[in-house]
Write a protein that binds this ligand. Structure first.
Ligand SMILES: [Zn+2]
Length: 206
C-alpha cells in the first residue's frame, strides 16, 4: 500500500460543514423530521449538524468505494470505458460503493463482475485514496482474473486491457483512478515515468 497521503486537496465546505453538493440531502432529521442546524454541540470536538427538535446529531462521513485493477496473464490492466455518469465515456477501473451487508473483498468481486464480466480474485491493496470534495475513500485492489470474459455491461461501453506503458492518462475519468494506476505502474514498471501532473487533476467526481 503505497499511498495513504491525501492529494493535498482543498475541500470547499458549505454552511453545514459539508461539501455543497451534499447539503440538499441532509436538511432534515432522519429520526423526527425536524430541521438540521450546524453549530457547536456539548461533548463534540467540532461543529456538527444536529436536529433543532430532538437533538439527534447527524454525522456525515465519507463513504468507501471499492475498486479493482484486474490484471491479465500478460500483465495488462483491464479498464472500462464508463457508460454512466460521472465520468461518462472516460476510462476507469471497475468499482462502486460498498454495500451495508458485504465485506470489502466481496464488494470488489461483485463490482468487477457487474462492470466488466470478469471474475477476479482480489490480492494486495495498491492504495487507499481520499477524495475530500467527493466525500469518498477509494480502495484499489490488484486482482487476478480467474474467469469470465470482458463484456459490455449496464455501466460500461467497453472493457479492454492496457499495458503499463499505454495507460490513456488524459482520458481517465477520476483523480483517484489516476493515482491508483500511477501506483500500479510504479510497482510493475518502475522504469516508466509517472504521468504528467497536469493530467492528474480532475475537476469533478472521485
Ligand atoms: Zn430530530
Amino acid at each position: 500500500m503505497s499511498d495513504l497521503r491525501s492529494s493535498h486537496e482543498e475541500v470547499r465546505l458549505g454552511p453545514g460543514g459539508i461539501p455543497d453538493w451534499l447539503e440538499p440531502m441532509v436538511r432534515f432529521c432522519s429520526r423526527c423530521g425536524g430541521a438540521l442546524g450546524f453549530g457547536p454541540i456539548d461533548g463534540e470536538e467540532r461543529e456538527r449538524l444536529s436536529c433543532s427538535k430532538c437533538g439527534f446529531i447527524f454525522y456525515v462521513n465519507p463513504r468507501l468505494i471499492v475498486t479493482t485493477l484486474p490484471i491479465t496473464e500478460r500483465g495488462e490492466v483491464m479498464l472500462i470505458r464508463r457508460g454512466i455518469a460521472p465520468g461518462y465515456d472516460r476510462w476507469a477501473q471497475p468499482g462502486g460503493f460498498l454495500e451495508i451487508d458485504e465485506s470489502v473483498r466481496d464488494a470488489a468481486v461483485r463490482e468487477t463482475l457487474e462492470e466488466t464480466g470478469l471474475i477476479v480474485e482480489p490480492g494486495e491493496i495498491l492504495g487507499l485514496y481520499s477524495r475530500l470534495q467527493a466525500a469518498v475513500v477509494v480502495v484499489a485492489f490488484e486482482a487476478r482474473i480467474v474467469g469470465g470474459a470482458p463484456a459490455v455491461t449496464r455501466e460500461s461501453l467497453e472493457t479492454r486491457p492496457f499495458a503499463p506503458d499505454a495507460i490513456p492518462w488524459p482520458e481517465i475519468a477520476f483523480e483517484t483512478s489516476i493515482r491508483a494506476l500511477r501506483d500500479w505502474v510504479a510497482r510493475v514498471r518502475p522504469d516508466l515515468p509517472p504521468p504528467d501532473s497536469a493530467a492528474i487533476h480532475r475537476p469533478f467526481g472521485a
